[in-house]
Ligand binder design. Structure first.
Ligand code: NAP
Length: 291
């Protein structure tokens, strides 16, 4: 393995330590940063994600409240819960864990959240600000986490070729905008399931980000020697050698670490940074309210 490992877990803990100091300062000013997490249904992965977010709140001193709702919750009930949290002045951040149960309209729920409490950064107002180049607000957590990893490693992307594979509204598309913003200045290609010759595009890229949700679909031999490789994917695959019978892997073949200059591991790369950025947005939401 020749690539430098970009340790998102360690960076996330460093960021959380800084956030803890800001939380203390807020508390001294009489404000207790408070994240409300709405968890509807019994999706096991969602329960794990929410637990991890609550643990991060404990590490940083942020108050967290969990609103549990049944799998058969109605759209009206969910909207009412969001409206109540919007009008609750003690709440600074609202997160409705995705996916919401079958039959509910997740986009409508996202749009119902007060943009100033939208710590996921998915509200059209916040995504719109990002499109307009205003990057000082609530940025989507996973793309913001990827940018922090790149910044922390002092990787200069000015004028460099970047490919973001995946164009989702929560990861790929906002990340492409962040990479192309003034000051970062990468030249960005957005690839997706209809893109022809992803291998060829990757071979010329100085930065490859994969966010497709297909285990190890991006082959190591596509990576340009020395390129920076960021693996957003989290895929559970069968592994008989493990007691659990499965393991987590990314969207990129692990052998890419023999070719890349820098690479994020899975797990321990982008995942922990996503949670740290959620904490960061929550603290920022509380600070903005104070000012
Ligand atoms: P998504 O909404 O399903 O979007 C997947 C994107 O990948 C789509 O744009 C799709 O193209 C594209 N795609 C699918 N298969 C492809 C292929 N074979 N070649 C090229 N493009 C392909 O997924 P998402 O929510 O963005 O998440 C992507 C991955 O990141 C998942 O593994 C998810 O678990 C992970 N994730 C991780 C974190 C974290 O914290 N680390 C956070 C969020 C998501 P089309 O648009 O053409 O369909």
């Amino acid at each position: 393995m020749s690539a430098v490992i970009l340790d998102g877990k360690a960076l996330g803990l460093r960021i959380e330590a800084e956030l803890a100091e800001r939380v203390s300062a807020l508390k001294e000013s009489g404000v207790e940063p408070h994240l409300a997490v709405v968890l509807a249904g019994d999706d096991p992965a969602s329960h794990v994600y929410v637990r991890n977010k609550q643990r991060a709140c404990e590490r940083t001193g942020i108050k967290s409240t969990r609103v549990d709702l049944p799998n058969n919750v109605t759209q009206e009930d969910l909207m009412r819960v969001v409206a109540n949290l919007n009008s609750d002045n003690s709440v600074h951040g609202i997160l409705v864990q995705s996916p919401t149960p079958y039959g509910t309209d997740e986009l409508a729920i996202t749009e119902a959240i007060d943009p100033s409490k939208d710590v996921d950064g998915f509200h059209p107002t916040n995504l719109g600000r990002l499109v307009m180049g205003q990057v000082d607000g609530m940025l989507p957590c996973t793309p913001a986490g990827v940018m922090k990893i790149i910044e922390d490693a002092s990787i200069d992307l000015q004028g460099k070729k970047a490919v973001v594979i995946g164009r989702s509204r929560i990861v790929g598309m906002p990340l492409a905008l962040l990479l192309a913003q003034k000051g970062v200045d990468a030249t960005v290609t957005i690839a997706h399931s209809r893109t022809q010759d992803i291998a060829g595009i990757c071979r010329t890229a100085d930065l490859v980000v994969a966010a497709i949700g297909r285990a190890e679909a991006i082959q190591a031999e596509w990576i340009k020697p020395g390129a920076t490789v960021i693996d957003v994917g989290i895929n559970r695959v069968a592994d008989d050698s493990r007691e659990s019978g499965s393991r987590l892997t990314g969207d990129i073949e692990p052998e890419a670490a023999n070719i890349a200059g820098h690479i994020t591991p899975v797990p321990g790369g982008v995942g922990p940074m996503t949670i740290s950025m959620l904490m960061s947005n929550t603290v920022r939401a509380a600070e903005l309210r104070l000012n």
